[in-house]
Design a binder for this molecule. Structure first.
Ligand SMILES: Cc1cc2nc3c(=O)[nH]c(=O)nc-3n(C[C@H](O)[C@H](O)[C@H](O)COP(=O)(O)OP(=O)(O)OC[C@H]3O[C@@H](n4cnc5c(N)ncnc54)[C@H](O)[C@@H]3O)c2cc1C
Length: 438
C-alpha cells in the first residue's frame, strides 16, 4: 500500500500524478491544490465567439527528449486532434523582430542573413560563428548568460540577441541568469566540444532516450517549430485531470492549501486547514518559496534556506484584440524590471498596465487604433529566476533530502527548467525515481 501526496496541481503536479497512476505499485495518489482550479499558469480564456487568449504559456516546442515526451502524453490523452502546429517554414517562425534604438529589426534568417551584416548587427553572423571556434574554453563552474555569450560570440550578440531572448523566455536579466541552468545545451557544447559552433555541427548533447510516438513523428516530418492547442493550452491540464479522475486511483482536491508537512515514522504528516492526512511519499510541485514555508523550519533549515534563495519575477500579461486585419497581440511586461518600471506589483493598476501595453503596440508596431477588447492579468511571482549557482543549489537540496532519507521529490519550474516541457518531464522523472525506490 503506497500513498503518494502530490502538492500543487499545476502542470508539474498533474504530470507527476499522471505518470504515477500508470504504475500498479501506487495504491493511491492525492493531489492537493490551494486554488479553485488545476493547471497553475496554464490558463486560457475561451470566448463564446471562438477566440482564445492565453494568460500564461502560449507555445510549446516539440524538439528534444522533453518535447517528444510531452507530445507522447498529448497523444495518449487523445488531444492530437486539437494540435495547432507552427512549422519552421511558417512566416511566424521566420519573422522574428527585436526592438533596438526605437526601431524594429528583423532578425537574420537563411543563408543571406548569415553572410552579410544585417542591422542592428554590424558584422555577419557567420563570421561570429566561425571565430567562435577559436575562443578558448571558459574555466568557471557557472557564468551569466551575458558574460558567456560576450566571451564566445561577442558583446553585440550578447547585448541584443541574447538579452532579448532572456527577456522573452525568462522575463529575466541575461547579466544575472545562469548559462548552465538556463541554456544547458550551450554550456554542454562548450564543455564537450570546446565551441558552440562545433557543438551545433557535431552534436554535443546526450543521446535521445524518449522514442517519438506518432504525434512526435509527425512533428519531425512536418518540421514543427512549436505548437499549441485549438481551445488553448489549458486543455492540457483539463485533459490530465479528466484522465486522473477516470483512473479511480487519484483523489483531486481543490481549495486544499497545504499548511505544514512534517516527517513521521512512516512518511509524512500533512496539515491542511481542515485536518491532517498521512502519506508515504510527497512529490512537491509547489513553487520553491511555497515549499519553504511549509517545511519544518528547524530540522529542514538548510533545505528551507536553499529554497528561499530562488527568486521569482512578476509579469503583466496584457491581451489585446484589434478590429480588422491586425493580429491579436499579447504584451508581456515587467519581469526582472517590474519594480523599476511599474513600482510595487500590489500598487499597479489594470488601467495603467493596459495603457502602457497599448502605447507599446502603437509605438513599436504602428497600430494606432484602440483595441476592441483587452484583458490584463498580473501574474505575480510567476517565473523562477535561475541565477548563477542555481544548479549547485538544486544539487545541494537533493543531497540534503537523500542524506536525511526524506521521502520527498522536487518537481516543477523552480528546479530543472521553466518550460512546460521541462516541468512535465520533471514530473515524470520524480514519479519514476519514486517508483524505483518503492
Ligand atoms: C506569463 C507566462 C508565460 C509563459 N510562457 C511559456 C511558453 O510560452 N512556453 C512554455 O513552455 N512555458 C511558458 N511559461 C512557463 C510555464 O508555463 C511554467 O513554468 C509552468 O506552467 C510552471 O508549472 P508548475 O506546475 O511548476 O507551477 P505552477 O503552475 O505555479 O503550479 C504550482 C501550483 O501549486 C499551487 N500551490 C501553491 N502553494 C500551495 C500550497 N501551499 N498548497 C497547495 N497548493 C499550492 C498553486 O496554486 C499552483 O497551482 C510561461 C509562464 C508564464 C507565467
Amino acid at each position: 500500500m503506497t500513498t503518494v501526496a502530490v502538492l500543487g496541481g499545476g502542470i508539474g503536479g498533474l504530470a507527476a500524478s499522471y505518470y504515477l497512476c500508470k504504475s500498479p505499485q501506487v495504491t493511491k495518489v492525492v493531489v492537493l491544490e490551494s486554488s479553485s482550479r488545476f493547471g497553475g499558469w496554464l490558463w486560457s480564456t475561451r470566448r463564446s465567439d471562438g477566440a482564445v487568449f492565453e494568460h500564461g504559456p502560449r507555445g510549446i516546442r516539440p524538439a528534444g527528449d522533453v518535447g517528444r515526451n510531452t507530445l507522447n502524453m498529448v497523444d495518449d490523452l487523445g488531444l492530437g486532434g486539437e494540435i495547432l502546429p507552427v512549422s519552421s517554414s511558417h512566416v511566424a517562425s521566420k519573422s522574428r523582430y527585436v526592438y533596438v534604438n526605437q526601431q524594429l529589426h528583423r532578425m537574420p534568417s537563411g543563408l543571406s542573413g548569415l553572410l552579410r551584416p544585417v542591422p542592428p548587427f554590424s558584422r555577419p553572423l557567420l563570421l561570429s560563428l566561425a571565430m567562435e571556434i577559436l575562443v578558448k574554453k571558459g574555466e568557471e563552474e557557472d557564468e551569466s548568460i551575458h558574460s558567456f555569450v560576450s566571451r564566445r560570440l561577442g558583446k553585440e550578440l550578447a547585448d541584443i540577441a541574447v538579452d532579448s531572448l532572456c527577456r522573452g523566455v525568462f522575463a529575466g536579466d541575461s547579466r544575472k541568469l545562469s548559462v548552465r541552468s538556463c541554456f544547458p545545451v550551450l554550456y554542454d557544447a562548450e564543455q564537450r566540444r570546446g565551441s558552440l559552433t562545433l557543438g551545433m555541427l557535431l552534436g554535443s548533447g546526450p543521446a535521445p532516450v524518449v522514442p517519438p510516438g506518432p504525434l512526435a513523428q509527425r512533428s519531425i516530418q512536418e518540421s514543427w517549430a512549436q505548437w499549441s492547442l485549438s481551445r488553448g493550452l489549458e486543455s492540457l491540464p483539463e485533459s490530465i485531470t479528466e484522465y486522473l479522475q477516470q483512473s479511480g486511483r487519484v483523489q483531486l482536491h481543490r481549495e486544499a492549501a497545504v499548511q505544514r508537512i512534517s516527517p513521521s515514522a512512516s512518511g509524512w504528516k500533512i496539515s491542511l486547514e481542515d485536518g491532517v492526512m498521512s502519506a508515504d511519499h510527497i512529490i512537491s510541485a509547489l513553487p520553491a518559496k511555497a515549499l519553504s514555508c511549509i517545511l519544518p523550519p528547524s530540522s529542514c533549515r538548510p533545505l528551507v534556506q536553499l529554497l528561499q534563495h530562488i527568486s521569482t519575477v512578476t509579469v503583466a500579461v496584457v491581451n489585446l484584440e484589434y478590429e480588422g486585419a491586425v493580429l491579436p497581440v499579447a504584451v508581456m511586461m515587467g519581469g526582472a524590471w517590474f519594480q523599476e518600471v511599474f513600482g510595487a506589483p500590489e500598487a499597479a493598476t489594470e488601467e495603467h498596465l493596459l495603457a502602457r501595453a497599448t502605447e507599446a503596440v502603437r509605438r513599436q508596431l504602428g497600430v494606432a487604433t484602440a483595441p476592441s477588447w483587452s484583458r490584463v492579468a498580473l501574474q505575480r511571482d510567476c517565473i523562477p529566476q535561475y541565477h548563477q549557482g542555481h544548479r549547485q543549489g538544486v544539487e545541494s537540496m537533493r543531497r540534503f533530502i537523500g542524506e536525511n532519507r526524506l521521502p520527498l521529490a522536487l518537481v516543477g519550474a523552480s528546479y530543472d527548467g521553466v518550460s512546460v516541457n521541462d516541468v512535465i518531464f520533471s514530473g515524470r522523472t520524480a514519479a519514476e525515481e519514486m517508483l524505483g525506490a518503492v
